[in-house]
Design a protein around this ligand. Structure first.
Ligand code: 5GP
Length: 151
């Protein structure tokens, strides 16, 4: 995969608001939205907004920001889906399985071994919207008032 950033890749266009996405969280440095072809219900993607292809190109400050969003959104995902654990993974380069050349992390509400193959066609928007609404609620109302301070 070309490590030179293509400013017209699909996630760059979602970040710029040129293409739609079902967002669950956004701040100045990061964005989280529903994967359109989920490997299980609740499959989320978390992105830094900085223009890099792989994790190894990510500036440290941007890494801190994206990790904070993964923690926030990942806990909310577990709460929303009613599960006790979740998985975070990402691919660096097409050799490793990366298909969209903007760095992104996958969040799954369960073990990797329960993840199916990608859906082959985009899932219907209302179905994704329903789960997204539950995740947004869980971000707004975390179960534990101390959850942000847990190790
Ligand atoms: P990768 O294989 O690069 O690690 O993951 C790319 C992910 O992006 C896949 O899980 C795929 O389903 C998802 N995806 C591809 N195109 C779109 C899109 O246009 N919108 C959304 N929300 N997800 C996409």
């Amino acid at each position: 995969m070309d490590l030179n950033y293509d400013t017209n890749n699909i996630f760059a266009r979602i970040i710029r608001g040129e293409l739609p996405a079902i967002k669950v969280y956004e701040d100045e440095h990061t964005l989280a939205f529903m994967d359109i072809m989920p490997q299980m219900p609740g499959h989320l993607l978390v992105l830094p907004k900085v223009e890099v292809v792989t994790l190894y190109q990510l500036p440290d400050e941007a890494a801190t920001a994206v990790l904070a969003t993964i923690k926030k959104v990942g806990k909310a995902l577990e709460q929303a889906m009613g599960v006790d654990g979740s998985s975070v993974f990402q691919h660096n380069g097409s050799y490793a399985g990366q298909t969209v050349p903007h760095l992104h992390f996958h969040l799954l509400p369960g073990p990797l071994k329960m993840a199916g193959a990608h859906a082959t066609v985009p899932v219907e928007t209302p179905q994704l919207e329903k789960i997204a609404a539950q995740i947004r609620d869980a971000i707004a109302y975390p179960n534990s008032p101390h959850s942000d301070t847990l190790a």
